[in-house]
Design a protein around this ligand. Structure first.
Ligand code: URP
Ligand code: ZN
Ligand code: ZN
Length: 472
C-alpha cells in the first residue's frame, strides 16, 4: 500500500524544509511539493515535524545480568522504543568464554527473531581473543553483517576483558572493518573499592556511585583511546557519564585518534543525588557508570553540541524495582545494574535539547539517528529521509506537552527513571519500512515485523552524504 505523508516539515541532519513524502514498497520513492497518487493512503502531518526513525545503538533486551534477566524483552522493549520514536535498535549479543560466537548469535536470534516490532542488529561481545575466535569472528561478522564488537573493561569476574584482549580486538577490528565499543571503567579498581566499602558496612545504593568514581571511567577511557591509537584502529566509547571521560575523548580526537563517544539521556538530566532517595528507592537509579554530580550535565550537553560526543544510546537494561532491584537490599553490589530508558531517549533529547535551546533541530536528528546510522553501517538505508531510504519515519508534534510517568509508558518495568519530568514534544505516529507501528499514539504493529539488519563495514557509510532533494 502506498502512502503519502503530506504537509509536514521534514528534518534531517542537514536540512529542514516542507515537502510531501511518497512511500512505496517500504521505501521513500519521492519527496516533493504537492505529491499525489490515486491509490495512496494520505497521512496529514500538518504542524508536525517528520524525522528519520530514531536509531538506538545501545540496548540490552532479554539479557541475563546480575543474577536475573532484564524485564524488557525484544517484544516489549521494541514496542516501547517505537512509542518513543525509535525504529532501529542495535542490541548487545553476549558471548561466553569457551563457547562459539555462532552459538551466542543463535541465542540472540532466538530472542529477537519473531518478536521485535522494529528493525534490529547486533553488536558482538568479545570476551577472549585467540586464533580460534579470530577465525570465527572473520566468518560470523561477514555472515551476519556485524561491524561492531564490544569489550567490557569493567564487571570483574563477569564480563571484564583484559587489555591484551582489548588490544587484539582493536587489531582484528581494523582488519575486519569493525568499530570496537568499550564500556570504559577500571574494573579492577572498582572491585577493590566495592569490597572495601562493604567491609566498612557501607551497603546503601549511594555507595554504587561512590565506589565507581569519575577517575575510574576517565582512566579506562584514556587507556582504551591510547590502545586504539597504538593499534591504528577505531573506537566508540559507550555511555560517557562525566566531564573527565568526555575530556579524554576530546583529547584523543585532537590527536587524530579515530574515537567516538556516546552519552545517554539519564546522564543529561539525572544526577548522583537520585541514588540517595530513601526507602531503597535509590536502587532504581543504579547503573554503570553511575549518575554523576549535576554540573557534569552541562559539560555533556556542550560536548554533544560541539560534536565531541556524537550519539545518544539508551543503555536500556530494565529491572523491576520490586523483585529485581531488591536483590541488593542488603548489599548495593548485588543491585542489578541498569535502567528503563528506551522509550524516553528521543523525547528527552528533543525537550531538554532542542526546546531548551541547547542543540538545534538538525543536530538533534544527527544525534538521535543519523550519526549512529553512519557509524554502524546502516546509512543511508536508515538514518535519513531521502529517496531510496527505508521509510522509517516519525511524525512528531513539537507542541505537545506531557509528564513522563510509569503508568503511561510501555516498558515492562514497575517504574520510570524520568517519573514526573515534564517534556515538550511527542511522537504521534511511527512508521517502520512504510508500515505504521504507532498510529495516532496507538500501537498497531505486529510482533515479528522487525527485521534483522546486516550492516556495512565500519567506514563505508561514515562519510556518505545523501541529501533529500525535493523533486518539484
Ligand atoms: O548498568 C548498566 N549500564 N547496565 C547495562 C550493562 C552495561 O554496562 O552497559
Ligand atoms: Zn556498560
Ligand atoms: Zn549497556
Amino acid at each position: 500500500m502506498k502512502k503519502i505523508i503530506k504537509n509536514g516539515t521534514i528534518v534531517t541532519a542537514t536540512d529542514t524544509y516542507e515537502a510531501d513524502i511518497l512511500i512505496e514498497n517500504g521505501m521513500i520513492s519521492q519527496i516533493g511539493k504537492d505529491l499525489s497518487s490515486a491509490d495512496a493512503e494520505v497521512v496529514d502531518a500538518k504542524g508536525n515535524y517528520i524525522f528519520p526513525g530514531g536509531i538506538d545503538p545501545h540496548t540490552h533486551l532479554d539479557m541475563p545480568f546480575g543474577g536475573t534477566v532484564t524485564k524488557d524483552n525484544f517484544e516489549t522493549g521494541t514496542i516501547a522504543a517505537a512509542f518513543g520514536g525509535t525504529t532501529t535498535i542495535i542490541d548487545f549479543c553476549l558471548t561466553q568464554k569457551g563457547k562459539t560466537l555462532r552459538s551466542a548469535l543463535d541465542t540472540w536470534h532466538e530472542k529477537a527473531d519473531g518478536n521485535a516490532v522494529i528493525d534490529y542488529g547486533f553488536h558482538l561481545q568479545i570476551v577472549e581473543m585467540n586464533e580460534v575466535i579470530l577465525k570465527e569472528l572473520a566468518t560470523v561478522s561477514k555472515e551476519e553483517g556485524i561491524s561492531s564488537f564490544k569489550v567490557f573493561m569493567a564487571y570483574k569476574n563477569q564480563f571484564q576483558a583484559d587489555d591484551e584482549t582489548l588490544f587484539k580486538t582493536l587489531v582484528a577490528a581494523k582488519e575486519l572493518g569493525a568499530l570496537v565499543m568499550v564500556h570504559a571503567e577500571n574494573g579492577d579498581v572498582i572491585d577493590y573499592l566495592v569490597k572495601k566499602a562493604l567491609e566498612e558496612g557501607k551497603t546503601e545504593p549511594i555507595y554504587h556511585a561512590l565506589t565507581r568514581p569519575p577517575e575510574a571511567e576517565a582512566e579506562a577511557t584514556g587507556r582504551a583511546a591510547t590502545l586504539t591509537g597504538l593499534a591504528n584502529s577505531q573506537l566508540y566509547v559507550v555511555h560517557v557519564s562525566c566531564a573527565e571521560a568526555a575530556a579524554k575523548i576530546a583529547e584523543a580526537r585532537n590527536k587524530g585518534i579515530d574515537i567516538w563517544g556516546e552519552t545517554c539521556p539519564q546522564y543529561l538530566v539525572l544526577d548522583q543525588s537520585y541514588l540517595e532517595k530513601p526507602e531503597f528507592e535509590g536502587a532504581k537509579y543504579v547503573w554503570s557508570p553511575p549518575l554523576r554530580e549535576k554540573w557534569n550535565q552541562e559539560v555533556l550537553w556542550n560536548a554533544l553540541k560541539s560534536g565531541q560526543l556524537q550519539t545518544l544510546g539508551s543503555d536500556q537494561c530494565s529491572f523491576d524495582f520490586n523483585g529485581q532491584k531488591d536483590l541488593g537490599k542488603e548489599d548495593f553490589s548485588k543491585i542489578p545494574n541498569g535502567g528503563p530508558i528506551i522509550e524516553d531517549r528521543v523525547s528527552i533529547l528533543f525537550s531538554e535539547g532542542v526546546d531548551k535551546g541547547r542543540i538545534n533541530l538538525n543536530q538533534f536528528v544527527d544525534i538521535m539517528s543519523t550519526k549512529a546510522a553512519k557509524l554502524f553501517g546502516l546509512y543511508p538505508k536508515k538514518g535519513t529521509i531521502a529517496v531510496g531510504s527505508d521509510a522509517d519515519l516519525v511524525v512528531f508534534n513539537p507542541h505537545a506537552e506531557r509528564v513522563i510517568t510509569s503508568d503511561a509508558d510501555h516498558m515492562a518495568v514497575d517504574y520510570n527513571a524520568f517519573e514526573g519530568i515534564r517534556v515538550k514534544g511527542e511522537p504521534v505516529s511511527v512508521l517502520s519500512r512504510g508500515e505504521f507501528v504507532i498510529k495516532d499514539k496507538t500501537f498497531v504493529g505486529k510482533a515479528g515485523s522487525g527485521q534483522y539488519i546486516k550492516r556495512a563495514k565500519y567506514g563505508e557509510t561514515l562519510s556518505a552524504e545523501k541529501k533529500a532533494v525535493p523533486q518539484s
